[in-house]
Design a protein. Structure first.
Length: 195
């Protein structure tokens, strides 16, 4: 009798695709190791811009292997910051096991900012995450001139929305709005990046 993954000859049931892939350790190149102060039984590690491992309730018992993000966008865009970004991990304060992680996508479409720490009263790792969309939202416009790339903030969409809000709130206060002419801005960011 052929085994279709649903069980064996003895009647035991298995998950589809069992037994799965062999267990592997995460990268040894850690950028952070943390725990809560006051002797918490929970420890965590950081590597490649993500939360790697969470050890609890014992330091030799990994509960999580990798906790990362996938960034998607229009036209089938898919990016895994672990592989597609440049990372910078720093301690929030010297001597405190709390970290700030910045992952800048190599294609310039987003910046993922995280803060990671563990709770001193519970077996919990806390993450505060902010995704900043750059190129994908049309907010950043780039123009190449030889070996220099000039980046400019595209504020036309923001200006339209802000003008509408000013009109709305201006009318509510005094019956007339300031109109779009109240907004006048030009912000440019210039810089170069290596090829």
């Amino acid at each position: 009798m052929a085994d279709d993954g649903g069980g064996d000859a003895g009647g035991a049931r298995h998950a589809p695709g069992w037994p799965g892939i062999a267990a592997r350790w995460t990268s040894a190149g850690k950028s952070g190791v943390g725990t809560a102060l006051e002797g918490s039984p929970l420890w965590f590690t950081l590597s490649h811009g993500i939360l790697n491992e969470v050890y609890a309730p014992r330091i030799d018992e990994a509960m999580t292997r990798d906790l990362g993000f996938l960034v998607t966008g229009p036209d089938g865009y898919l990016s895994e910051p672990k592989r597609d970004a440049v990372h910078r991990t720093v301690q929030s304060l010297a001597g405190v096991p709390c970290y700030q992680v910045r992952s800048a996508c190599r294609d310039g479409r987003y910046l993922l900012e995280s803060e990671v720490w563990s709770d001193p009263l519970r077996l919990v790792v806390l993450l505060r995450v902010k995704l900043n969309v750059l190129k994908g939202a049309g907010l950043i416009v780039s123009e190449r001139r030889g070996t220099t790339i000039t980046y400019s903030l595209n504020l036309s969409t923001f200006e339209d929305a802000a003008a509408a809000l000013l009109d709305l709130f201006g009318r509510a206060r005094n019956g007339k709005g300031p109109g779009a002419s109240a907004l006048s801005s030009s912000i440019h960011v210039h810089g170069t990046r290596p090829r």
